[in-house]
Ligand binder design. Structure first.
Ligand SMILES: Cc1cc2nc3c(=O)[nH]c(=O)nc-3n(C[C@H](O)[C@H](O)[C@H](O)COP(=O)(O)O)c2cc1C
Ligand code: SF4
Length: 598
């Protein structure tokens, strides 16, 4: 690659992103996309143009799994490593592709044509096995499709010219309710807030009982009110479209088909809190949605629903910019997301201060999930009672679930809160279900005897993931997948999480290899408690959940693998004396220790 190409590419991206240091990550993503890595020369150029030390830029590159300083293959293929993709055969397909193309997973072919690896869940659990090729999403992979992909790579066909059916992402909407089954005329929610005033709209949201759909369930009206009351300075609205929780893909559908409603919700929030700037933080795995989303924004600008003097109101200017993520699950955590928006490594901030008072570049910032913002816009038009009529007392309205795994009809289901697990399993055609995993790796394992339980903040709270495992599945394999996920996604900032996730992985492998004893189960609990109590953010505090909750709900799968339920020596002293016995030529019973170990 010539110096001129590197220079031109870097220069163009500097111009595109206004030479603004906060846009560093977006420039790096652009360079990676064009040059398949980020050359030293680009780092030099960015460093002097943005006045950021080279070491800091290298630190940012090292943090995000989609950025590399070493050249990747011209075709960079990453298989989704979610447990559901695995259950659908992703590992054998990756092996097949590797064999055909002469590259092993984790490697780059010697001619640098192709590299192959795994990545965390790509959000296609309802149409896997899935993979990314140069950031574009491949779905419904089969051995036949792998052969076609092999031929396309060997013939050096550009990814943009590959057959479109390889990239088809289906909707799979299986059940509609309040959000998916009702109209939202563009601009109506904004008109309502502009005519009624922010206070009235906040009362409506409060009466509706809307709680955040990203997982934590914080009351949306309170969040917006805190931001409204923060010091009168430039405020920011951020939509969290990171959707990194393995098994979740409902935001994908909303971004693909309901983006107009999402932008309406963001503009509504801006009108309430007094923001001029909005960001949509879109996970890198959903890059295929970038162009359609930009078109949607452009259309809203031409309709007078974004930009200056929205709907003719001279005092209301607001616009939205889309920023991409680059393969880091932790960036879904709101303060890490804000760091990432500022072009830095996505390390969660110490809180307080909370984003509502000090967020993006120190400005008061509302961060909301995609579904929350759409629900807010719908409530602004249809009213609090309309929303409250569905759900339970503490969980009003509906929840979108991403259903995947062992069932006949995986996809997106919108249910009123309070629906039971049994009803859901019936609807999606699940049979002989052994367990359901709700809310992703950090969430809840639900065994068959608890299928009467409900989806609700007061029972089983979830960001949207609903994975089904029938009786033929090894739940320990799923627990291993989740535990590996946390090792990979720990940002490494604090020791309890960085070390704890690796220790848990080792202990679990010991159990899987039937080398563990009851002592190891106790040690897992000790590590988990330490992680829960001392980790800096939610990821470390919940990373032991897959093991802990499965140990509690399915004790037999662990006990049946234990080598001995008695104490087992960690160190075999008798074996260690073997060398001494050989040196002295003595191997009589007196040269052995009774019992063998200590
Ligand atoms: C490790 C971690 C990952 C998260 N990932 C997401 C995510 O992908 N999407 C999301 O909306 N919220 C995610 N959250 C929750 C956010 O921090 C935040 O609570 C949410 O975006 C607020 O929006 P809401 O009030 O509309 O739910 C994550 C939290 C943690 C601790
Ligand atoms: S708990 Fe884990 S993810 Fe969170 S800051 Fe610490 S190392 Fe990073």
């Amino acid at each position: 690659m010539s110096d001129k190409v590197v220079q031109e590419t870097t220069g163009q991206l500097l111009v595109k992103w206004d030479r603004e240091p906060a846009n560093l990550l977006q420039m790096l993503i652009g360079i990676q996309q064009s040059l398949h890595h980020i050359p030293n020369q680009s780092i030099d150029l960015l460093s002097s143009a943005l006045n950021i030390p080279q070491a800091s830029i290298e630190g940012v590159i090292g943090f995000y799994s989609f950025l590399h300083t070493q050249p990747q293959g011209e075709y960079e293929i990453l298989f989704s490593d979610n447990i559901i993709d695995q259950m659908l055969g992703s590992h054998s397909l990756a092996a097949q592709l590797g064999e055909r193309l002469g590259v092993t997973p984790g490697g780059i072919r010697s001619d640098r044509r192709v590299s192959l690896d795994y990545t965390s869940c790509t959000g296609m659990g309802d149409q896997g096995p899935a993979a990314l090729v140069n950031g574009c999403t491949l779905t419904s992979l089969t051995p036949e499709r792998i052969d076609r992909i092999t031929a396309l790579v060997e013939k050096e066909i550009a990814v943009a010219e590959w057959p479109s059916e390889l990239f088809h992402v289906g909707d799979n909407i299986r059940r509609r309710d309040l959000l998916l089954g009702n109209e939202l005329p563009p601009g109506r929610a904004i008109e309502n807030v502009l005519s009624q005033g922010a206070g009235r709209l906040l009362d409506t949201l409060g009466n509706a009982g809307l709680r955040g759909r990203g997982g934590a369930g914080f009351r949306t009206a309170d969040k917006w009110r805190f931001c409204l009351q923060a010091e009168p300075t430039q405020k920011v609205v951020v939509c969290n479209a990171d959707e990194g929780e393995p098994g979740t893909f409902k935001d994908r559908l909303l971004l693909q088909h309901y983006a107009d409603r999402l932008f309406e919700g963001m503009t509504l929030c801006a009108a309430v809190i007094g923001a001029e700037k909005g960001f949509l933080y879109l996970r890198g795995e959903y890059r295929y949605l970038l162009s359609p989303l930009k078109r949607e924004l452009e259309q809203r600008r031409t309709q007078g629903l974004l930009g200056e003097a929205i709907l003719g109101h001279q005092e209301f200017d607001f616009d939205i910019e889309i920023h991409l993520g680059a393969g880091a699950y932790i960036c879904g955590e709101e303060s890490a997301l804000i760091e990432s928006l500022e072009g830095k490594r996505g390390i969660p901030r110490i809180r307080p201060p909370f984003p509502v008072t000090q967020g993006y570049l120190g400005r008061p910032t509302v961060v909301n999930n995609v579904e929350t913002l759409i629900a807010a816009a719908m409530i602004a038009v249809h009213g609090a009672d309309w929303f409250r009529a569905k759900g339970t007392r503490d969980s009003s309205g509906t929840k979108l679930l991403s259903i995947s795994g062992d069932c006949q009809r995986p996809g997106i289901y919108e249910y009123p809160f309070g629906v039971t697990i049994a009803e859901i399993l019936d609807d999606c055609g699940a049979e002989k279900t052994q367990a359901v995993q709700i809310a992703g790796p950090a969430g809840h394992w639900v065994p068959a005897e608890e299928f009467h339980r409900t989806i609700a903040f007061e029972d089983l709270a979830t960001g949207g993931s609903f994975m089904i495992f029938n009786r033929s599945r090894s739940l320990l394999e799923a627990v291993k997948n989740f535990t590996d996920f946390f090792v990979h996604e720990s940002c490494g900032f604090c020791t309890p999480c960085r070390v704890g996730t690796t220790l848990l992985k080792k202990q679990l492998n010991k159990i899987l290899n039937t080398h563990a004893t009851r002592k190891d189960l106790e040690s897992i609990e000790t590590i988990a408690t330490l992680m829960q109590e001392t980790s800096h953010c939610g990821l470390g505090q919940t990373a032991a959940n897959p093991i802990l909750t499965s140990m509690k709900k399915f004790p037999l799968i662990y006990k049946s693998r234990l080598r001995s339920t008695r104490f087992e020596p960690a160190f075999d002293l008798d074996a260690s004396l073997e060398e001494a016995r050989q040196a002295t030529g003595r191997d009589d019973p007196g040269a052995h220790l009774k019992g063998g170990g200590v």
